[in-house]
Design a protein around this ligand. Structure first.
Ligand code: 6PG
Length: 248
């Protein structure tokens, strides 16, 4: 399965290990952008540890690529901390990728974690609405890269956060259910309105939830990651053997 995905069936592309996934997916990502007819490619990236390898691959293999001139980089979610905070998703991407690639500063649309959350939701949402093309009457990212937590969360949409699952907004404020950490996240509606959504999932900690989602069970469909089903776009799952170990 490529990033183009395979509608209707849950068939993750399985890679031997995280490094293989990052290398192969990085090649697919840059090939997708290179062959895209869109003059500007709006890419939304997630935080967490899984993308770290991908960021390093992109910086190492494609750091000097002219493709970065066409890529506008957005964040799927952000922790409401300053960019220099170790928790910052932007800060991590900056260390591993942005500072090591020829990405024009004007192409970076970070969420201002240092700002007031309510005000930043409005600012970031308005920016998305003003810059993206629309599909189904709603802003549409060209590609959204997601991870999945051990609990089945994705972006900063955690199990049971019905408001974020049902929201008609572009983005919203969220809170981590354990730490209470304030976050801003794209809503499920925005994620499901993307042209393409790709999950990158690694580690044995994800295996149970992946299997739950793969089974098509009711509980699987109630997990935020299990609710990602693009309206008209493509969905693909990319996992290492550990994360896919319980998918039959
Ligand atoms: C975040 C991410 C989050 C992440 C998952 C998986 O801000 O933490 O957006 O949704 O993708 O928690 O994280 P790992 O890749 O570290 O497993």
């Amino acid at each position: 399965m490529t990033i183009a995905g395979d509608k209707g069936t849950f068939k993750p592309t399985v890679y031997r290990d995280p490094a293989s996934l990052a290398n192969r997916f990085g090649d697919q990502l840059m090939d997708l952008i290179a062959t895209s007819a869109k003059p500007v490619f709006h890419l939304a990236i997630s935080g967490g540890s899984t993308p770290e390898l991908l960021f390093s691959v992109l910086a190492g293999k494609y750091g000097g690529s002219p493709l970065w001139d066409r890529i506008v980089l957005w964040w799927v979610d952000e922790r409401m901390v300053p960019p220099e905070d170790p928790e910052s998703n932007f800060g991590k991407a900056n260390r591993l990728l942005l500072s090591r690639a020829v990405i024009p500063g004007g192409n970076i649309r970070r969420i201002h974690g240092e700002s007031n959350a309510a005000a930043e939701v409005i600012r970031y949402g308005n920016l998305i609405r003003s810059e993206l093309t629309y599909t189904n009457g709603f802003p549409s990212f060209d590609l959204v890269l997601l991870g999945m937590g051990d609990d089945g969360h994705t972006a900063s949409i955690f199990p049971g956060q019905t408001d974020l699952i049902l929201s008609g907004e572009v983005c919203a404020e969220s809170r981590h259910p354990v730490s209470g950490q304030r976050r801003i996240t794209l809503t499920l509606k925005t994620i499901n309105n993307a042209s393409r959504v790709a999950f990158l999932v690694t580690g044995t900690g994800k295996a149970a939830r992946m299997a739950e989602i793969a089974s098509g069970s009711k509980s699987g469909h109630e997990l935020p990651a299990g609710l990602v089903c693009p309206l008209s776009g493509d969905l693909s799952w990319h996992a290492d053997e550990a994360a896919a170990s319980q998918v039959l």
